[in-house]
Design a protein around this ligand. Structure first.
Ligand code: GMT
Length: 371
């Protein structure tokens, strides 16, 4: 199939899933055309069958801001014409589902549109009055809509009173890339006897990154350890201030945005994910695949990814004492940590392997093409 993928290329799970899916589909012989504003960061090297069509900004003095949406639709139409695309796959409802629909209307041909919802597109963004009508329309005109967790399906139905089928296709992880073992990185980050905690996010308020610092502070009182923070975002100044207030500057490593997180993840002992909402928590799955147990909250779809007591531990949102307790339990019990690490990787491979879930996307593609 010739598939056009519209996605966000900024740091975020939806762009990661779109890029990883595109790479997997390309390996399975499909021709994949990304139409994006900027290059998705997980598409860092050449791969056969993967094409990237970057949307250019069009500056004109009359426009307050460049109308990226329209230039992306225009580029999509051009790509559809030039390559005779069979279908469009929109990742993140806003604006990609409506953009894909508009592109096919301009082309004058019913090219099926599949939309994958990732979470914030229908919870935070689409639920807002400013985007509600257009998000509902995007869902209604899509030929198929997929969701990354059962939680997200329920939440979307409740928000949009939408009775259409929402097909569950879990996110997946490439266990050949996200794999255990990185002594080199670990040695460069820790002193002898120190454990390594990690948190990766876009530091938006819903990630509750300050909780990570609070947990780390409690753990450090009892166990020598360091914390790696990867990513950047609006809460970073709060996090930096709290790290300074607690006198932890020499124990927290701020790595900022990183494209290749697998080797760093693999160096950690435990991942912390204290989010107050999360439709799936891809970063937790990537940690599991590296054999890193995850301490997270029971928010949203996280329990669909993390089995409490098997591959990590779950707590209520904001329960930093319990998170610290579980972290200490893992750090002070090598046998338990090793057992959970093995189970974590096995769980990621068994439940979230690309072959199974990418085939599910192919099924959806075939069904809309046969409609
Ligand atoms: O978490 C974010 O803020 C980024 C967001 C996105 O849309 O890029 O991530 C969402 O999609 C990911 C991939 O499906 C999921 O793993 C994340 O859980 C989800 N984020 C939220 O629901 C908050």
């Amino acid at each position: 199939m010739k598939i056009g993928i519209l996605c966000h290329s900024t740091y975020g799970g939806s762009g990661v899933v779109a890029a990883e899916l595109g790479k997997q589909l390309a390996r399975r012989g499909h021709q994949i055309h990304f139409v994006t504003i900027g290059r998705p960061f997980r598409l860092d090297s050449y791969q056969h069958n993967v094409f990237v069509h970057e949307v250019n900004a069009f500056h004109h003095p009359l426009f307050e801001v460049p109308p990226y949406f329209l230039t992306q639709v225009n580029k999509t139409v051009e790509v559809m014409r030039r390559y005779q695309l069979d279908l469009l796959h929109a990742h993140y409802a806003i604006p990609h589902s409506v953009g894909a629909h508009l592109a096919r209307q301009i082309l004058g041909k019913h090219v099926p549109v599949v939309t994958t919802l990732h979470g914030t597109d229908t919870s935070l963004v689409g639920a807002h009055q400013e985007f509600f009508a257009i998000t509902s329309h995007g869902l209604a005109v899509s030929d198929a809509v997929t969701v990354v967790s059962n939680f997200l399906a329920q939440q979307t139905r409740a928000t949009f009173s939408n009775q259409r089928e929402l097909k569950l296709i879990y996110n997946f992880v490439d266990s050949e890339v996200f794999k255990p073992g990185n002594d080199h990185v670990r040695k460069s980050m820790t002193r002898s006897g120190e454990s390594l905690l990690i948190h990766i996010s876009n530091f938006r308020p819903l990630k509750r990154a300050v909780d990570v610092v609070e947990v780390f502070n409690l753990v450090r009182r009892q166990k020598p350890c360091r914390l790696i923070l990867i990513g950047d975002g609006p809460d970073m100044p709060l996090v930096q201030r709290r790290v300074g207030q607690l006198g932890l500057n020499n124990h927290v490593i701020f790595l900022g945005q990183q494209d290749a997180v697998a080797p760093i993840l693999a160096a950690a002992d435990v991942m912390l994910l204290p989010s107050c909402c999360e439709s799936f928590g891809l970063v937790a799955l990537e940690a599991l695949s590296c054999g890193v147990p995850v301490i997270a909250t029971t928010a949203g779809g996280i329990p669909e990814v993390i089995e409490h007591g098997q591959v990590g531990f779950l707590t209520g949102v904001g329960d930093i004492e319990k998170m610290a307790e579980y972290t200490l339990l893992l750090l002070s019990n090598n046998e338990l940590r090793h057992k959970m690490s093995v189970q974590a990787r096995q769980h990621a491979i068994n439940r979230f392997n690309p072959e199974y879930w990418v085939a599910k996307y192919e099924e959806v593609y075939r069904s809309v093409l046969n409609q």
